[in-house]
Design a protein around this ligand. Structure first.
Ligand SMILES: Cc1cc2nc3c(=O)[nH]c(=O)nc-3n(C[C@H](O)[C@H](O)[C@H](O)COP(=O)(O)OP(=O)(O)OC[C@H]3O[C@@H](n4cnc5c(N)ncnc54)[C@H](O)[C@@H]3O)c2cc1C
Length: 559
């Protein structure tokens, strides 16, 4: 690891000019028109690590440095000279600064607060492109170097470690990781913070707060993910779920001037975020990982001013009076003029009693780079015959020794795209077991043995396999809507023309007009993406429906 971000052009492979661009005099004067010029003195601190809603600075004279505070010494992260600007992607969300910014020479800066910066990137397309690109590249570099405000001490045998790593990665938050199994010096650190090996995973936030095996909500709270967001004011639209459908709705709503809040129980990206590579989404001929797509959409939504609350679940829709409200798992209620439900679906959990014991320690519901690293040169099992299972098998075959694909049916033809079937057939590392299902799993802290049965021949066998990926169809996340909306027999939300006159009579639909396309049986409440009955379970349809729903949100808001 290097200890500076800016000065080594070789590691940045030519991206340095995009990461640290020098603005032209014309661009600087457009920024100056929105902010305030003032002089700075050497050593003057412009913002401190841990501060929320830090300002944006353009240097016109002198130099400012971004440093990582640590004990008596500081580590230089970046330096900005005349024409350059401070900041990275957290400026858009208003989250806490990861580093300290201070002047190193006498000089002058132009200062914009966060709202002024947002107005600039929303209205000046040339500066928006330069600033957004620099912010994103700087965040990528901070992640690559682990230059965050958090240290995770964990073990590859612990499911909690995998969960926290995934949570931080999917939220694009840089962190340093210390692996108990590989790092001999870790004991000193554990002693310093008075924790033991039994406490892992341990998270140390800003070198101060020590959390032992925290849940995602505690991690988000410690890192201040939601601190800058007011959850009490009434919003034009509250979107529940930040998968592709919710993020698309957020981008369109915010870019069209609506006041938008998104509530997400885990991290942006939804199911798509757990896909190693999406190859059929328009505009990405070489494919894109679900996480990369989600990160772009998340940044785009924030650029337009949408606010996204992380690691908080909607547990109830208060639907008996207006304004509606979304009750969150901490007891708070967020009022809303309109609601877009985009809570998607979750992979069906297996029926054995003991699978939860191995969740994250041999049993997985997504196959990304992180899980693939855990099964290098080992045999793995993928359960399921749909596209998600096919993608996972092909992806895992790049690192695993063998991938055993278990399907209950006699083949893949009715459930998987032709291109994936061909890749599976042509791949010697993938072994397809038709009419086969898992009947038992055994192990200690980690899964060790799996038994499966071939239902055609009634034969069972047990193998020493430590990793099973379940990709077996989805159930909708609609339990929290009980009593408010009409759903179909398996729980998906009915909308628009799918609502029969009987459905509308049952819920006492109060309006003279029928529900709009994507509108539920409750006026002004919409459902989009995988959670909606009749939806085609694809990223493109989720994005399409999320975008379209905003046209109807405008209609009901302006009636
Ligand atoms: C491994 C995998 C690979 C896939 N590959 C492809 C592909 O290649 N191409 C393709 O087109 N499609 C693919 N899909 C399908 C695609 O990802 C989904 O169709 C798409 O993600 C649906 O988007 P969504 O926003 O409707 O729902 P989801 O992606 O399910 O997102 C819903 C979001 O809502 C959140 N949420 C749920 N309940 C609550 C609550 N109560 N409160 C707050 N938040 C909540 C969830 O945490 C989640 O982030 C794949 C799916 C998987 C799992």
């Amino acid at each position: 690891m290097t200890d500076t971000v800016s000065p080594d052009p070789l590691t940045l492979t030519g991206r340095i000019s995009q990461m640290f661009p020098i603005l032209t005099p014309a661009q600087i004067s457009r920024i100056a028109a929105r902010g305030r010029r003032h002089s700075v003195q050497p050593g003057e601190v412009l913002f401190e690590a841990g501060t929320e809603r830090i300002p944006f600075f353009v240097v016109t004279k002198g130099r400012i440095e971004i440093v990582r505070p640590g004990g008596l010494a500081e580590t230089l992260v970046a330096g900005h000279g005349p024409g350059q600007f401070s900041g990275e992607i957290q400026m858009l969300s208003g989250r806490r600064a990861l580093n300290r910014g201070r002047a190193s020479e006498p000089g002058e800066v132009i200062e914009l607060d966060r709202e002024e910066l947002l107005a600039l990137v929303q209205t000046d397309s040339e500066l928006s492109e330069i600033i957004m690109r620099a912010f994103i590249l700087r965040r990528v570099e901070l992640i690559a170097h682990g230059f965050g405000d958090v240290v995770l001490i964990g073990s590859s045998h612990s499911s909690g470690t995998l969960r926290i790593k995934e949570f931080l990665s999917r939220n694009g938050h840089p962190y340093s990781y210390i692996d108990l199994d590989r790092d001999d010096t870790v004991q000193d650190m554990l002693d310093q913070f008075q924790v033991t090996v039994a406490d892992v995973p341990v998270l140390i936030c800003r070198g101060e707060v020590v959390l032992k095996n925290p849940d995602n909500r505690q991690v988000a709270a410690c890192l201040g993910f939601n601190d800058a967001i007011d959850q009490t004011q009434i919003r034009d639209v509250v979107i529940v779920g930040a998968g592709p459908a919710g993020l698309a709705a957020a981008v369109y709503a915010a870019s069209e001037g609506l006041d938008v809040l998104v509530i997400e129980s885990n991290a942006p990206g939804g199911q798509a975020g757990s896909s190693s590579k999406i190859e059929n989404y328009l505009g990405f001929p070489t494919g894109i990982s679900g996480q990369a797509l989600a990160a772009r959409a998340y940044n785009q939504a924030q650029k337009f001013g949408a606010q996204v609350v992380i690691a908080q679940s909607a547990i109830r829709l208060v639907c008996d009076h207006k304004p509606y409200a979304i009750e969150i798992d901490d007891g708070r209620r967020v009022p809303a003029r309109t609601v877009v439900i985009a809570t998607g679906a979750e992979y069906r959990k297996p029926s054995f009693d003991n699978f939860t014991q191995y969740e994250g320690a041999g049993v997985y519901f997504g196959a990304t780079f992180m899980e693939a690293q855990l099964c290098v040169d080992e045999d793995v099992i993928v359960v399921g015959g749909g596209n998600a299972a096919g993608q996972a098998a092909v992806f895992l075959s790049q690192t695993a020794r063998h991938v055993h694909m278990l399907v209950r049916s006699t083949g893949l033809e009715n459930s998987m795209s032709r291109y994936l079937i061909r890749r599976i057939e042509d791949n010697p590392a993938i072994i397809l077991h038709r009419q086969t299902e898992i009947v038992a799993m055994e192990g200690g802290d980690h899964l060790e043995l799996v038994s499966w049965r071939n239902n055609r021949f009634g034969r069972s066998e047990t193998r020493a396999i430590r990793h099973v990926f379940f990709m077996t169809g989805a159930v909708p996340n609609t339990q929290w809507l009980d009593g408010c909306l009409i759903r179909d027999s398996v729980g998906f939300i009915k909308t628009g023309p799918d609502l029969s006159p009987e459905d509308l009579a049952t819920t006492r639909w109060p309006l003279g007009r029928p529900p709009y396309l994507l509108e539920t049986s409750l006026p002004d409440v919409f459902a989009v993406g995988d959670v909606r009955a009749g939806n085609i379970k694809r990223v493109a349809s989720a994005v399409g429906e999320g975008s379209i729903s905003i046209a109807f949100v405008h209609q009901v808001l302006h009636l």
